[in-house]
Write a protein that binds this ligand. Structure first.
Ligand code: TEU
Length: 551
C-alpha cells in the first residue's frame, strides 16, 4: 500500500492552453486572453482544475513566445495586464488555478539584457549570456541546436560566438552569474505576488552548462541532450536556491519540463525532500521514435516501449517523487493521431487514451482540443507551416538531399504545428476560432470535429473526459493508490491495477485494431467505466477500455 504525502497538485488535473491557438476575441487571427475569458464556462464544464498557460509575455515570436523579450509585460497581441488579472480572477472565482510558463534557460535576443550584452565586451549584461571565441573561424565546439544547425552564432560586433541551444534568437542565459539568478527570482516573485498558483518551467534541466564546452561525443541529438546539455553540475544547486529564495514562500506547484531527465535522475528533481520541483514532464515516451537526427529522422517503436517506460518511471518515483502524465502538448503530434487510431477508431481510441491519462499514477495533463478529438493536420504546402523547428529542419533536410514532398510527409506525422492549429469551436468560418484569417490554417476536419458537435452528443469524447474527471475526483485510490502493471499474453493489451487499503481498480485496454481476449478474472469486480458498449466478458473490441472496481 502507499503512504503518499497528500497535495492538491497531485489530486488536480492540468489543462494546457496554447493561447495563440485557443480563441481570438479581436479578429486579428491570434488567440488572446479575452478569448480564453470568453471560454471559462466551457473549461469549467469540462471539469479540469489547473490551467497551464503557454507564454503570454512580450516576444518577437521567433519561437511563438518561448523567446521572451520582457518577462514583466503581456504581449499586446494577447491583451493587457488588466485582461490577465481578469482571467486569473475568473479562474479563481470558479475554483480553478493558473500556472504560468516561464522560460529561463534563454531569453529573446530582443531582451534588453542581450541587446546590451552584445553591444560590447565589458558591460553589466555581457555575462548574462555565454560568449566564447571561435576556433580557427569555426564555432567553439560541435554542439547542435535542438532546432537544427550549430548551437553557436557569431556576432560581428564583438567578434565572438554566443550559445543558443534553440534558435539563434534564443540566447542561453548564464545561471553561473548570480545577477542572472537574482533577476529571475525577482520575475518569479512578481508573478507569484499577483496570485498565480505556480509555474511550468521550460527546459529546466538545461540551465547548468558544462563550462568546459567540450565537443559532444554523441551522434544522436537526444544523447547529447541527455548527457551534455541536461543535468549539468550545478542544476540542483540552482533549482534548490530558487526554491529556498522564492518558491517555498508560496502554496504553489512547480512542474519542470525535462528533456534529458532519465528515470535514473528523476528523483533528484522531484523527491519530496529535495526542495526543488513538485513534479516533472519527463519526455522519455515523447522522444520515442526520434532517430539520431531527431524527430524528423524517425525510428520504429511500439506500445511495448510505452508500457515499459510508464512502469519504469512509476518504479523510479516510488513513494518519494511525482510526475505528470501526458501524451501530447504544443510540442508534439496530437495524441489520438500518434498513439490512437484517428481514422477507423477515432472516438474509441481518443476515449481509451483519456482513460489512460486519468488513471495512471501522476498528475494528468490534458492538452487543449484533446477533449474534442482534434487530430494531426496534413497541410499540402510547407508554406502553411509556422513552427521554427519545422522551417529550420526543412532547410537542413533539403540540403541533405531530401525533397520538400518527402519532408512534408515527416512533418505530417511528427511536426509541432499538428498541435498548434486553432481550436475547433464550431463549423463556421475558421472553426469559430477567429473572425479574421488565423495565424495558421485551421485543420480542414473542423467541419465535423468541433466543440459544438461534441457538446451536442452525450456519447462524445468531451463527455467521456468530463465523466472521468468527475470520477477521479471522488476516487482517491486513482490518485494515491499504488500502480502495478499486469503483463498480459497479448502485446495489444495494457492492464494495470491501482490499489490502496480501501479499493482496487483494474484498468484493461486494447490499444489495437483487433479483438483481444484477456484472462484476468473480473468476477469480483464491478464494471465502472467502459468506452464502448460490449457485453462480452473476456473479450475487448478494438480500442476498448474498461475500468473495474473491487470494493
Ligand atoms: O521544449 C523543449 C523541448 O524539449 C521541445 O522543444 C522538444 O524537445 C522538441 O520540440 C521536440 O522536437 C520547450 C518548449 O515546450 C518548446 O515549445 C520550445 O520551443 C523550447 O522549449 C524552447 O523554449
Amino acid at each position: 500500500m502507499t503512504t503518499f504525502t497528500k497535495a492538491w497538485w497531485k489530486e488536480e488535473v492540468i489543462y494546457q492552453i496554447y493561447p495563440r491557438s485557443f480563441k481570438d476575441s479581436t479578429g486579428d487571427g491570434i488567440g488572446d486572453l479575452r478569448g480564453i475569458i470568453s471560454k471559462l464556462d466551457y473549461i469549467t464544464d469540462l471539469g479540469v482544475d489547473i490551467i497551464w498557460l503557454s507564454p503570454i509575455y512580450q516576444s518577437p515570436n521567433d519561437d511563438n513566445g518561448y523567446d521572451i523579450s520582457d518577462y514583466y509585460s503581456i504581449h499586446p497581441e494577447f491583451g493587457t495586464m488588466a485582461d490577465f488579472d481578469e482571467l486569473l480572477a475568473g479562474l479563481h472565482k470558479r475554483g480553478m488555478r493558473l500556472i504560468m510558463d516561464v522560460v529561463f534557460n534563454h531569453s529573446s535576443d530582443e531582451h534588453k539584457w542581450f541587446e546590451v550584452s552584445r553591444s560590447s565586451k565589458d558591460n553589466e549584461y555581457r555575462d548574462y549570456y555565454f560568449w566564447r571565441k571561435g576556433k580557427e573561424g569555426a564555432p567553439p565546439n560541435n554542439w547542435k541546436s535542438f532546432f537544427g544547425g550549430s548551437a553557436w552564432e557569431y556576432d560581428e560586433r564583438t567578434e565572438e560566438y554566443y550559445l543558443h541551444l534553440f534558435t539563434k534568437r534564443q540566447p542561453d542565459l548564464n545561471w553561473e552569474n548570480p545577477a542572472v539568478r537574482k533577476s529571475i527570482y525577482e520575475i518569479l516573485r512578481f508573478w507569484l505576488d499577483k496570485g498565480i498558483d505556480g509555474f511550468r518551467m521550460d527546459v529546466i534541466p538545461l540551465i547548468s552548462k558544462r563550462l568546459e564546452f567540450e565537443d559532444s561525443p554523441y551522434e544522436a541529438l537526444n544523447d547529447t541532450i541527455e548527457h551534455i546539455y541536461s543535468n549539468g553540475p550545478k542544476v540542483h544547486q540552482y533549482i534548490n536556491e530558487m526554491y529556498e529564495k522564492v518558491l517555498q514562500d508560496y502554496d504553489i506547484m512547480t512542474v519542470g519540463e525535462g528533456p534529458g531527465i532519465s528515470k535514473e535522475v528523476g528523483l533528484a528533481y522531484v523527491g519530496h525532500d529535495r526542495g526543488e520541483l513538485n513534479m516533472i514532464f519527463h519526455l522519455d515516451h515523447m522522444f520515442l521514435g526520434h532517430g539520431p537526427l531527431g524527430k524528423f529522422d524517425p525510428v520504429d517503436y511500439s506500445w511495448k516501449d510505452i508500457k515499459r517506460l510508464f512502469q519504469e518511471w512509476d518504479t523510479a518515483m516510488g513513494e518519494s517523487g511525482w510526475i505528470s502524465i501526458f501524451l501530447d502538448n504544443h510540442d508534439f503530434p496530437r495524441l489520438v493521431s500518434r498513439f490512437g487510431n484517428d481514422k477507423e477508431y477515432h472516438i474509441e481510441s481518443a476515449k481509451l487514451l483519456a482513460l489512460m491519462i486519468l488513471t495512471l499514477r501522476g498528475t494528468p495533463c490534458i492538452y487543449q482540443g484533446s477533449e474534442l478529438g482534434m487530430t494531426n493536420v496534413c497541410f499540402d504546402y510547407i508554406a502553411e507551416y509556422r513552427d521554427v523547428e519545422t522551417i529550420n529542419y526543412h532547410k537542413e533536410f533539403i540540403d541533405r538531399g531530401l525533397t520538400t514532398g518527402q519532408f512534408l510527409k515527416l512533418v505530417h506525422e511528427h511536426g509541432r504545428d499538428n498541435a498548434r492549429t486553432p481550436m475547433q469551436w464550431n463549423s463556421s468560418d475558421h472553426a469559430g476560432f477567429s473572425k479574421g484569417q488565423p495565424w495558421i490554417n485551421v485543420n480542414p476536419n473542423y467541419i465535423t470535429i468541433n466543440a459544438a458537435e461534441v457538446l451536442a452528443d452525450t456519447d462524445s469524447i468531451f463527455y467521456f473526459y468530463k465523466e472521468m474527471l468527475l470520477y477521479r475526483k471522488s476516487h482517491k485510490t486513482l490518485i494515491y493508490g499504488s500502480y502495478e502493471e499486469l503483463v498480459q499474453p497479448s502485446e495489444n493489451l495494457f492492464a494495470y491495477k491501482r490499489e490502496d487499503a480501501d479499493h482496487e481498480f483494474l484498468i484493461i485496454m486494447n490499444h489495437s485494431d483487433t479483438i483481444v481476449h484477456f484472462d484476468i478474472d473480473v468476477r469480483d469486480f464491478s464494471l465502472e467505466i467502459q468506452n464502448i458498449s460490449n457485453k462480452m466478458s473476456q473479450v475487448l473490441l478494438p480500442w476498448e477500455a474498461r475500468m473495474y472496481l473491487r470494493n
